[in-house]
Design a protein around this ligand. Structure first.
Ligand code: LMR
Length: 398
C-alpha cells in the first residue's frame, strides 16, 4: 500500500538537534535550535512555573475536557499580555483560541485563511523561519517572500521591503515578526514599524504577526510595540503567539491565535470558525500548560517572579552576545562581530560561510543552523572561550 511514498526531507532544525544529541564529542555545543539554555547549559524549569504547578497539584483538580477554544481566563490573559491590559477594551474585538504551541497557531491561521477567507497566498520575510514555508505551503497557500535582510552585508533591506509591500493587492496576507526576527535577530526600529504599518493600512493588507519570543527582545511591553501600533489602526489582523520560550514550556505545546476584528459580530463568527477548525482537527487543547500560564499571570507575586526570571534570561543572552563579539574583535576575526553584538532575541545571522559552518560542526562539534544562524543561549561561561577560539580559527583560515 505504501510503496509509492517517497522518503521525506528531514526538518533542518529538528534534525540538527538529533545529530547534536548523538554527537559523542564531550565539547559539543548546541547553537542550533531556538531553545533557551541557562548558564549551566540546562533548559530551565522556571521557579514561577514550579510554584504554579505545585498549586495546581495541591488543588487536586480532575482532568476534564476544556472548551474547544481553551479556557476564557487564559484567552483574556493572552490578550492583555499581547496588547496591554488597558488596550483590551470594547474599541476592538478579539477572538482568541488556545493552540498547540506557536506552530499550531500558525497552522490554524493558515487553515482559517484558506478555508474561510479563500486566501491563496501569503508573503513572508526573506529569510524567515523555515517552518513558515512548510506550514503555509502545506495548507495550500503559495508562499512568496518580501525582501528583508541581506546576508552578505548584514543589513536590513527596508526600502525594498516597503516597496514590495506597497505594491501588493488589498487583502494580501503578510507575515511579520514583531520582535526577535527568526532567523536573523535583526528587527525593525519603532520608526520602521510605523512606516510599515502605514503602508499596510494604505494598501489594506492583512497582517499576521508571529510572536514566538515575546520578552526576549526589549521586554514584554516593548516586544508588543508593532501589535499595539497596529491596534490603533482600523486594520483587521492576526497574532500567533507561543509560550514555549518565554515560560520555557516547550513540551507543553502552548500558544494562542488571536484575531483582531472590527466588531463583536465579526469576532464571534471568527471564533466560531476557529472552533470548527479545532474540533475537526484535534477536538480541544491540552490543559496543563494553559493552567500553569493562567495561574502565574493571575497572581501578582508569581507574575513578578516570572517577569524577573525572563528579564534575567534576556540579560544573560545579551551578556553572551557582548562577550562573544568582544572575543572575536580582540582576536581579529574576519567575521563582522557587530552581527552578533547588535541583534535581539535568541538569534544572529552570523555571516559564517558554508565551509566554516561545516568545519565548526565536524572539527569542533559546534552546531549552527544553515546558513549561519546562531542561537546565542547555547553559549555559557563554560563554553564561550571554546566557541570563540573555534570561530577565530575557522574564520582566520577563510
Ligand atoms: C527554532 O527556530 O529553532 C525554534 O522555533 C524551534 C523550532 O521549532 O524550529
Amino acid at each position: 500500500m505504501f510503496k509509492n511514498i517517497q522518503s521525506s526531507a528531514a526538518d533542518p532544525i529538528m534534525s540538527l538537534m538529533e545529530a547534536y544529541l548523538q554527537d559523542a564529542n564531550p565539547h559539543k555545543v548546541n547553537l542550533g535550535i531556538g531553545l533557551y539554555y541557562d548558564e549551566w547549559g540546562n533548559i530551565p524549569l522556571m521557579r514561577a512555573v514550579q510554584q504554579a504547578e505545585r498549586r495546581l497539584l495541591d488543588a487536586g483538580q480532575p482532568h476534564g475536557y476544556p472548551p474547544i477554544e481553551g479556557s476564557a481566563p487564559f484567552a483574556h490573559q493572552v490578550q492583555a499580555l499581547l496588547l496591554g491590559a488597558d488596550t483590551v477594551g470594547d474599541s476592538r474585538h478579539l477572538a482568541t483560541v488556545q493552540t498547540v504551541g506557536g506552530s499550531g497557531a500558525l497552522k490554524l491561521a493558515a487553515d482559517f485563511l484558506s478555508h474561510y477567507l479563500s486566501r491563496r497566498e501569503i508573503w513572508v520575510s526573506d529569510p524567515t523561519w523555515a517552518n513558515h514555508w512548510a506550514i503555509f505551503g502545506g495548507a495550500g497557500l503559495r508562499v512568496n517572500a518580501y525582501p528583508y535582510f541581506d546576508n552578505d552585508s548584514g543589513e536590513l533591506r527596508f526600502a525594498e521591503m516597503l516597496e514590495t509591500l506597497g505594491a501588493l493587492p488589498a487583502g494580501t496576507v503578510v507575515l511579520l515578526h514583531p520582535c526577535c526576527h527568526n532567523p536573523t535577530g535583526t528587527d525593525l526600529s519603532q520608526a520602521q514599524w510605523r512606516a510599515t504599518i502605514e503602508v499596510m493600512q494604505q494598501r489594506r493588507l492583512l497582517p499576521l504577526f508571529d510572536l514566538a519570543y515575546q520578552g526576549f527582545g526589549g521586554g514584554l511591553e516593548e516586544d508588543g510595540y508593532a501589535l499595539r501600533e497596529t491596534l490603533k489602526t482600523d486594520l483587521d489582523f492576526l497574532i500567533c503567539n507561543s509560550f514555549s520560550k518565554n515560560v520555557a514550556l516547550y513540551g507543553q505545546r502552548l500558544g494562542a491565535l488571536t484575531v483582531c476584528c472590527r466588531n463583536a459580530a465579526d469576532a464571534a463568527n471568527v471564533k466560531g470558525a476557529l472552533k470548527t477548525l479545532i474540533r475537526r482537527s484535534y477536538s480541544c487543547p491540552p490543559t496543563h500548560g494553559s493552567q500553569i500560564v493562567e495561574t502565574l499571570l493571575a497572581d501578582p507575586a508569581l507574575r513578578r517572579m516570572w517577569q524577573d526570571e525572563l528579564d534575567a534570561m534576556r540579560q544573560r543572552i545579551r551578556q553572551m552576545r557582548l562577550q562573544l563579539a568582544s572575543g572575536l574583535e580582540r582576536g581579529g576575526s574576519t567575521l563582522d562581530y557587530r552581527r552578533i553584538r547588535d541583534c535581539h532575541g535568541m538569534f544572529s545571522y552570523t555571516g559564517l560561510q558554508p565551509r566554516q559552518l561545516d568545519e565548526l560542526r565536524h572539527r569542533y562539534a559546534i552546531y549552527l543552523v544553515e546558513p549561519g544562524r546562531m542561537c546565542l543561549p547555547g553559549l555559557n561561561p563554560a563554553n564561550i572561550d571554546y566557541v570563540t577560539s573555534a570561530i577565530l580559527d575557522v574564520t582566520r583560515s577563510a
